[in-house]
Write a protein that binds this ligand. Sequence first.
Ligand code: XMP
Length: 509
Amino acid sequence: LIIVLDFGGQYNQLIARRVRECNVYAEVHPYTMSIDEIKKMNPKGIIFTGGPNSVYKADSPSYSKEIFELGIPILGICYGSQLMAHVLGGKVATAPVSEYGRTEVTVDKNSILFKDVNKSTICWMSHTDYIAEAPEGFVSTATTPNCPFAAMENAEKNLYATQFHPEVMHTEEGMKMLRAFVMDVCKCSGDWKMDSFVEDTIKSLREKIGNGKVLCALSGGVDSSVAAVLLSKAVGKQLTCVFVDQGLLRKNEGDEVEAVFGPDGPYDLNFIRVNAQERFYQKLAGVVEPEAKRKIIGEEFIRVFEEEAKKIGAVDFLVQGTIYPDVIESGLGKSATIKSHHNVGGLPDYVDFKEIVEPLRLLFKDEVRKAGRELGIPEYLVSRQPFPGPGLGIRIVGEVTAEKVKIVQDADYIYREEIAKAGLDKGLGQYFAALTNMRSVGVMGDERTYDYAVALRAVCTSDFMTADCADIPFEVLQRVMTRIINEVKGVNRVMYDLTSKPPGTIEFE
Ligand code: XMP
C-alpha cells in the first residue's frame, strides 16, 4: 500500500491511479490523517501531493516532522516537495520566475528516481514558490534554469521530492519516475491487480456490513451495476436492488437489466423491478420546459424509490455508485448550473438508513469497467456508453409521450446497431438518436406525410465537458437514415447534428 497524502492539489487521485498502474495499490487520504493511523496502515511508501498554498504561511496545510522519522520512504510532489524542505529546515520562497507548463528539466542520472530517464526531459511545472535552499542531508537531483531544486533527495533516509508533477501526462517520463519510487525505493512487489481490488473490497464490505441490510438503487448503468455486484458477492441476499423503469430507458434496456440482475440471472440478491412508466408519463404530460422535465423525473424517481424502500423497512446501508469524477464535480459546485444533473445523489434524505457505502469512490471510469470485467459482468453492460439519469426524457425535445418514447427508442436502436456494425462504437464518446419537436412535410409512396424529424448525435470526447462532433462516414449515416425512415413509424426526416460542445451540449435538453 502507498498512501497519497492529500494537501489540496488537483491531481491527487491521478497520483493514486498512476501508482495503481504500476500494480501497486494506493489510497488517497487527507493530510489531517494522524500519524498513528498512518502507522496502523503500515504503508510501504507515502506521497505528498501538490496544493495551492504557500508552506511558509501560518495556516497552510502541514504535517509534523515525525512523519519523516518513521523510516517510510516519502516522495513530495510540488507543494509536497516544498513542505518536505520547509519542515526539515530548508528554505522555501517566492520563485523569482514562476514556471508553468512544459519545462525542460536536467536530471542527475545517478538518482534512483531518474535512472531510466533521459538527462534532459520534459516535465510539467506549475509553481510560484520554490525551494531556495535544501535541508541538511539533501542534494539537488534536477534543475531548470530558474529552479535549482527541481528535484532533491536524501537517499539515505529515502526522502525524495520533485517540484514538477510526474503524475501528469505532460511529464513525458513521469511514469518511469513514479515506478522507480514505488518499485525501487519503496520495494513494492507490484503484484496488485484489479482482482485484488475486487477481492479486498468484497472482504472489507463483508466486515463493514456484517448482518446488516443493504439497499441499492440500480440504474443498469456501469457504476451502479458494478457496485451492486460487489455488494451481492459480499453479502448476497442481505442486498436488495430496486430498479425503477421510468419508461425513459433505451429499447429493451429494462429487460436486459432484469435478465442480468433478476431471479434468472447469476447473482445472489433480491431484485425489485418497478414498472412506473405510466406514472412518469402522466407527470410529464404537457410539460415542455427542459429543467421542469428534469425536476419532475428526478423527484418522481425519488418518490417511487422511497415507496419501495418503505416496503422493505429500515435498512442499515444505502449503496451509491459514486465514482471519483463525481466526487470532484460535487466538490467544485461553483460553476453556473447549465443543467441540473439527476442521479441517485439526492436520495439520502428520503430513505431510512444508517450509512452510505460507496465502494467505487476511488476509481476512475475505466477502472470501474475493469473491475466489472473482473466480476464477470456481461460486456454489453460494462462497456455501455453513458446514459443520463433522466433518460430519453431529455432526448425528446418538448413534451414527452409514450408514442414519442417509442419513436426515439426504435430510431436509437437502429442507429446503435449500424454504428456497431460499422465498427465505430468503440471510438465514440457518446452517440444516440434524439427526437426533435419538429414535424415537417414529406412524401412517401405518393402520399403526403407530416411527421417528426429525428436527430442523430455522435461526439468524440474524453471528459464530456467539451466534445467534438464525430466524423461518421456518410454511407453509414445514409444507411441509418434509410432504415429509420423505413422502419420507424412517425418519422419522415433524419438529420445529423454537427454542433460541438460548447456551444451545444451533448444532450438536447
Ligand atoms: P451535457 O448534455 O451536459 O452532458 O453536455 C454531458 C454528459 O452528462 C450526461 N448527462 C447526465 N448524466 N444525469 C446524469 O447522470 C443527468 O441528469 C445528465 N444530464 C446529462 C450526458 O449524457 C453526457 O454524458
